[in-house]
Design a protein around this ligand. Structure first.
Ligand code: ADP
Ligand code: MG
Length: 463
């Protein structure tokens, strides 16, 4: 019928506009490299902030003792306790709890958010068991993973530049987040000091390096997306002080804010951006990460419903609610292997209150998920190639076979199999077979928590 043809036209047009042929991906990778140079050259020189993390040494394996870590960066936060046994014993014990953040605290006051976190931390500390205590007379020490853009002022302090991922507490912007957390820790009567402030990419890099010395970069694909890597200190023109002894510095790219004319942006992306909490910002993140993929799908479906009566004469009211279609649901539909696409059918019913969808319709929805996930995955791969290019690791040097390991973490990478597989195959496509043999993508399962604890250890007040 005419309606169906119109719906297919909308889908095809979206597919064309969001296409990522290899030539385009190369342009994106090149643009990433160029922006990295610009961001390292001067403060404000690029959309990429290329933040100096003050981490100039990554874990060696010698770290010893009991350390805490706190990971805040999305809808949940985690508190961890790690007992480190040095080279001989490694990570002896690891315990954690995960706590969800009530949405009202994400847009409330600073004290309310940090008190909630400190209370959870205190509760967790109270569960310290036999043999899991800090030495007498020593203060507990914590690595704070805070996954929002922060202007670091030292390894253990930094001011919030802006919120992302649905958080919005204006009074914290410009404040030292370690000071905010420390005040809350004092308010709840806990004896603990924050000795390292990092974000999840740096935590993942540190955790990855602890287990594998070839780890040179880390990428997070979760609610948001970001990357960090090890740079030569003398390749950072904007570096203000004496060069670190190690000659190296970990850079937090804040790559979610990358933007380039080569990105295949569509009308749906533009509308999503304009209506978001942070218009004009985090454009790369809005095309790639878990917070947004499902929302892009919803927006295309909405247009198909409104302009081509894809779901019949009326537009399902639920379909008009922003963010109602979450990426895990999109992923479940995309992976539906049943012959009649049962999963798609039940998601449509449960989420959008669309009952009796036809198989033909369900197939279109799977195709739409495929388009959105493929674009995100291929752009992620291009971003990684940009980093490898910056480091000169995208080609084979002489006969040298230097391995480069990129530690990957985040719920999207971990759970969205088709996304992950597409990203990995695109990386091979971009690098070629020979170079690919030396590039390893390693899933660093919760490296970020352990990493923060390791950095708390190596920056302990007692050494
Ligand atoms: P955060 O990024 O908030 O620290 P995670 O790394 O755990 O947390 O990532 C959570 C995100 O991962 C969710 O917001 C969601 O977008 C994505 N995600 C979780 N489970 C799935 C899934 N099964 N399929 C696809 N994406 C998922
Ligand atoms: Mg996280």
């Amino acid at each position: 019928s005419g309606r169906w043809a119109r719906a297919m036209t909308i889908l095809k047009e979206f597919e064309e506009k969001s296409g990522t042929p290899i030539s385009k991906l190369r342009q994106v990778a090149d643009a990433m490299t160029v922006e990295m140079h610009a961001g390292l050259a001067s403060e404000g020189g690029s959309k990429l902030k290329m933040i100096i993390s003050y981490v100039d040494n990554l874990p060696t394996g010698d770290e010893k003792g009991l350390f805490y870590a706190l990971d805040l960066g999305g809808t949940n936060f985690r508190v961890l306790r790690v007992l480190l046994g040095g080279k001989e014993y490694g990570v002896v014990k690891q315990e954690f709890v995960e706590v969800s953040i009530p949405p009202h605290l994400m847009i409330g006051s600073s004290d309310a958010l940090f008190d909630y976190i400190a209370e959870a931390l205190k509760k967790f500390v109270d569960t310290e068991s036999e043999g899991l205590h800090v030495s007498p007379g020593r203060q507990r020490e914590l690595g704070f993973t805070f996954s929002f853009p922060v202007r670091q002022t030292s390894i253990s302090s930094g001011t919030l530049i802006k919120w992302t991922k649905g958080f919005s507490i204006e009074e914290v912007v410009g404040q030292d987040v370690v000071a905010e957390l420390t005040k809350a820790i004092e308010r709840v009567g806990l004896d603990m000091r924050v000795t390292a402030l990092v974000n999840d990419t740096i935590g993942t890099l540190a955790g990855g390096r602890y287990y594998n010395k070839d780890v040179i970069a880390a990428v997070i694909l979760g609610t948001g997306t970001n990357a960090a890597y090890v740079e030569r200190a003398n390749a950072i023109p904007k570096w203000p002080g004496l060069l670190p002894k190690s000659g190296e510095m970990v850079i937090n790219m804040e790559w979610g804010n990358f933007r380039s004319s080569h990105l295949p942006l569509t009308e749906y992306d533009n509308a999503l951006d304009v209506e978001s909490l942070n218009p004009g910002e985090q454009i790369f993140e809005k095309m790639i990460s878990g917070m947004y993929l499902g929302e892009v799908v919803r927006r295309v479906l909405c247009k198909m419903a409104e302009e081509a009566a894809f779901f019949g004469d009326t537009v399902p009211p639920k379909l008009k609610i922003p963010f109602i279609l979450r990426t895990p649901d999109m992923s479940a539909m995309h992976h539906d292997m049943t012959p009649d696409l049962k999963v798609v059918g039940s998601k449509l019913k449960d989420i959008l209150e669309v009952s009796n969808s036809s198989l033909k319709m369900r197939k279109v929805i799977v195709a739409l998920c495929e388009i959105v996930a493929t674009r995100g995955a291929r752009l992620s791969a291009a971003g990684i190639v940009g980093i490898l290019k910056k480091l000169g690791r995208d080609t084979i040097k002489d006969s040298e076979k230097q391995k480069s390991v990129v530690a990957l973490d985040g719920g999207l990478f971990e759970h969205y199999t088709k996304f992950r597989e597409c990203m990995e195959s695109t990386l091979k496509e971009l690098l070629g077979e020979e170079v690919s043999e030396n590039i390893v993508i390693e899933h660093s399962n919760d490296g970020s928590g352990i990493g923060a604890a390791l950095l708390a250890a190596s920056h302990s007040q007692y050494i």
